[in-house]
Design a protein around this ligand. Structure first.
Ligand code: 5GP
Ligand code: ZN
Length: 115
């Protein structure tokens, strides 16, 4: 845990979140500033700051974020119609919380390319 990390505090239960998925390695909760009818954030319980900080031993944990995304999409009823699972890395991509997270977005038509 990183003591000054917002998402570590959510993992620890120190900051409330609308948690919709939990596993041994990951949790998913609704984004506080939803950009789509379904907008969940899936994070590892382990603090990893950015994609650039993922180490080989983190592969299973990072893979589990996609297992979580799949489960959330099914729960939300958007699995078949389609959804997006995307992770921003560093400032130019719009990362604002430096604890890796998959955005799971769906429930509306999503355009490509993203802005
Ligand atoms: P980023 O911009 O780093 O890719 O995504 C961070 C996301 O976390 C944003 O979509 C933002 O709305 C969300 N977020 C930031 N603070 C909180 C919070 O305290 N609770 C929840 N549920 N989401 C948050
Ligand atoms: Zn953290």
């Amino acid at each position: 845990m990183s003591s000054d990390c917002l998402f570590c505090k959510i993992v620890a239960g120190e900051i409330p979140a609308d948690v919709i998925y939990e596993s041994d390695t990951a949790i998913g909760f609704r984004d506080i500033n939803a950009q789509a009818p379904t907008h969940a954030v899936v994070i590892p319980r382990k603090h990893i700051a950015t994609i650039n900080d993922i180490e080989p031993e983190d592969q299973a944990v990072v893979g589990s974020l996609y297992t979580a995304a799949k489960a959330i999409a099914a729960q939300e009823g958007i699995a078949d119609v389609g959804y997006r699972a995307v992770m921003n890395c560093n400032e130019a991509a719009g990362q604002t919380v430096f604890h890796i997270h998959l955005h799971v977005l769906g429930g509306r038509t999503l355009t490509w390319p993203p802005g």
